[in-house]
Design a protein around this ligand. Structure first.
Ligand code: ZN
Length: 344
């Protein structure tokens, strides 16, 4: 029988206070002003320098914590590397400030770098406007549409500034940190070229958002590429992590460090297959993406959560459509989905 998931801590560490999770590795829990109220970033210690993995949101709260860290815990040695797992604002939001302040080199995959820059420099919210129109065609209520207007430029507002350049990292590249070698592992689906870091010597995986305990990573439909199949990307790219055994210590960007990587991968796959089945049943009659939110998420969703929920509902509907299970029906006003005969 597969080993269970076990947490290495009973309770979360204090916000902004370094908490050692392994030799030369420290967790910093940073605050987020959302329902998911924190993000984990990591400090890796070398003989003569520090490496930072992810930076937190571009908020004053997070900046104050970094100010404290740079003048106390990190003060004895320079920060020489900043590694960014992916483009989401809770990971890159302060990367420009930290790079500027420390002179550190920034490491990121090329696609994530381009995504961050595309969204950050969309000052007019062109893509956000397109997203809200897409949601409206997919059944979003008028009330929620109004509440979501702020989301048009939310990426830019949630990042302080971006670094002016980067060092490209790709799948299976190796980085020398903590006196040993860390492999880059690409994950797709949550974001297009997410990089996790695996150290086979210490059996530690810095998982980013690709593999999370308790909560499942959001798998959004990319608004700029409606031909994508992110659920298939996600499930396929989990395979690149199946060689990591259950004894590995997994350091996720949200919630607590744990062991049981393979058990969690199995749970994540089962979760999506169960959701796809539930969704297929819901498509017995013609439904919109907005109609199926209560089927997929059995809790109240605020406007921020509804944005991610709509993108996730669309990615699941597209997966079923591409698999020949359901058909998309469109008229001038609305897009709906219904099962193809014999598929339930
Ligand atoms: Zn993310």
């Amino acid at each position: 029988m597969m080993a269970d998931i076990e947490y290495m801590m009973d309770a979360p560490s204090e916000l902004g206070v370094p908490h050692q999770v392994a030799e030369a590795i420290y967790l910093i829990r940073l605050p987020l002003p959302f329902a998911l109220d924190h993000v984990n970033v990591w400090l890796l210690e070398d003989q003569g320098s520090w490496t930072v993995v992810d930076t937190g949101l571009g908020s004053q709260d997070c900046l104050t914590i970094w100010d404290n860290l740079l003048t106390s815990f990190l003060a004895q040695k320079p920060v020489k590397k900043i590694i960014l797992t992916h483009y989401h604002p809770d990971h890159v939001g302060l990367s420009g400030d930290l790079a500027e302040r420390t002179g550190a080199d920034v490491f990121m995959s090329r696609t994530e770098w381009l995504m961050a820059n595309m969204l950050y420099h969309d000052e007019l919210g062109v893509l956000g406007t397109k997203m809200l129109e897409l949601f409206r065609r997919h059944g979003l209520s008028a009330d929620m549409y109004e509440q979501m207007q702020y989301f048009k430029t939310s990426y830019r507002n949630r990042c302080s500034k971006l670094p002016t350049g980067f060092n490209r990292i790709s799948h299976l590249d190796e980085l020398e940190i903590t006196g040993t070698s860390w492999q880059c592992r690409e994950g797709r689906g949550h974001s297009p070229e997410h990089i996790s870091l695996y150290n086979p010597d210490n059996n530690i995986l810095i998982a980013g958002d690709h593999i999370l305990p308790k909560i499942t990573p959001n798998i959004p439909m990319p608004v700029q590429d409606l031909t994508a199949n992110p659920i298939a990307d996600y499930i396929d790219s989990l395979a690149a992590f199946e060689d990591i055994d259950n004894c590995a210590l997994v350091l996720p960007s949200h919630r607590l460090p744990f062991t049981g990587c393979n058990a969690r991968i199995d749970q994540l796959k089962t979760h999506h297959h169960d959701r796809l089945n539930t969704l297929l049943q819901a498509c017995a009659e013609s439904v919109t993406a907005y109609d199926v939110l209560p089927v997929l998420f059995n809790r109240e969703l605020d406007s921020n959560q509804t944005t991610f929920a709509m993108l996730e509902a669309l990615s699941h509907l597209v997966y079923l459509e591409k698999g020949g299970k359901i058909k998309k029906q469109e008229n001038d006003e609305i897009v709906s989905w219904q099962v193809l005969n014999g598929n339930i």
